[in-house]
Design a protein around this ligand. Structure first.
Ligand SMILES: [Zn+2]
Length: 393
């Protein structure tokens, strides 16, 4: 059901992650979030970091905010996105975990390539018993953020297939069985987050469009199964909150995974079968090449387009953002269009400053189009001339 985007025209948001402040030096390690929050130094740094992330988004004028993925440690290539849940779910053993420069049985990036280091630093733990929610503790993470802002906090979680394919398995009989077990654990966890007031859940990142490209499709890992996993993970949630699916072309170390922009076209019809209220697409870094197809194939849902490229340090101008939105409006009606970044700004790729001004441009560009359409504009304090320090000198 529509909640966060219900009464806003051209609502704005980002995907999730924001660059960690340099002073945020604490890490969770293997502790659970609540164990770490007993420590006054961690508690202060974590809460202050989330507060800064929210304040930056409010200053920019985003309608729907995130906690900046502040729970993730400073692991190489953003790997904490995987390791946070892997080290906290029940049934997973790390005693024989090791780094592996392989993906789907291949070494996709040679030594000397930035992504080789990222893969080398990954660990591959083993399932030794039934998967359970364990100490994911998504609810206190959400409540920490929502207690600091009146704007809806969009809570994001990695998908079950990404976790399931990153594990060795001594317990389940098949990849399908273990992935569905993880989906059920995530579903229980997310249901609790929603019961505690969260109005927007985002699944990051279904592999529907990527599996074929990576050579991962076989008789067991079919694309239909990926849709089934998505729908099982969010089962029952749409009755109580807004469910988003974030489709992504990968964002390790803020790198593009492919030499040229890839197209969503072959899998858009499948994406439309996902039990979601909003689907996000990376459209900025591919110069909008799929906008027409997305507008045609995605029906009965809202569509969030990326107007900000998370790979680059060059800050988009409000005019560029506005121009991109006008192009999208030729294919997607304004009542179904949501404005976002392509992916998260990451923890190690860009500075807080770059991320901040990209968010400001996102809102200012959206405001240009809102004005043209006679829609209410968002307050963007960061762009108000009256607050300029230079004018006071
Ligand atoms: Zn992404």
């Amino acid at each position: 059901m529509y909640t966060a985007t219900k009464n806003i025209k051209l609502p704005t948001t980002i995907t999730g992650s924001l660059p960690r402040p340099l002073w945020y030096t604490e890490n969770l390690g293997r502790r659970s979030f609540m164990e770490a929050m007993v420590n006054s130094r961690f508690r202060e740094q974590y809460t202050d970091a989330v507060s800064c992330f929210l304040r930056d988004q409010e200053m920019a004028g985003l309608d729907i905010v995130t906690d900046g993925d502040a729970r993730f440690d400073t692991e190489i290539g953003g790997y904490s996105w995987f390791s946070y849940p892997l080290t906290r779910l029940d049934g997973i053993d790390f005693s024989t975990a090791y780094g592996r420069p392989t993906l789907m049985g291949r070494v996709p990036f040679p030594r000397g390539h930035i992504l080789h280091e990222g893969l080398e630093a990954r660990i591959q733990p083993t399932i030794i018993g039934p998967i359970g929610r364990g100490k994911l503790q998504y609810t206190p993470l959400f409540l920490t953020a929502q207690s600091l802002t009146d704007r809806p906090v969009k809570f994001g979680s990695i998908t079950a297939e990404l976790l399931g394919l990153a594990l060795k398995d001594n317990h389940y009989k098949s990849r399908r069985e273990r992935i569905l077990a993880i989906a059920d654990a995530l579903n229980e966890e997310l249901a609790e987050v929603v019961a505690n007031g969260c109005t927007v859940i985002q699944l990051e990142e279904p592999q529907i469009h990527l599996l074929g490209l990576r050579g991962g499709v076989d008789t067991e890992m079919t694309l239909d199964f990926m849709v089934e996993v998505f729908n099982r993970t969010v089962k029952g949630l749409r009755d109580k909150c807004e469910v988003w699916g974030h489709s992504c072309w990968g964002n390790p170390s803020q790198q593009r995974m492919f030499a040229t922009a890839q197209t969503y076209k072959p899998t858009l019809a499948l994406y439309n079968q996902c039990d979601a209220d909003v689907l996000t697409f990376e459209t900025c870094s591919s110069a909008g090449m799929d906008l027409e197809a997305i507008g045609k194939e995605i029906t009965g849902k809202k569509i969030a387009i990326g107007v900000i490229d998370h790979h680059t340090l060059q800050v988009e101008t409000p005019d560029e953002v506005a121009g991109f939105i006008r192009r999208a409006l030729k294919h997607i009606p304004p009542e179904r269009l949501v404005i976002s970044s392509d992916c998260g700004m990451g923890r190690e790729g860009m500075s807080r400053k770059h991320a901040f001004f990209k968010m400001v441009a996102l809102v200012q560009g959206t405001n240009i189009v809102r004005k043209e359409l006679g829609l209410p504009e968002a307050e963007c304090r960061a762009g108000e001339a009256g607050y300029s320090l230079a004018l006071k000198g």
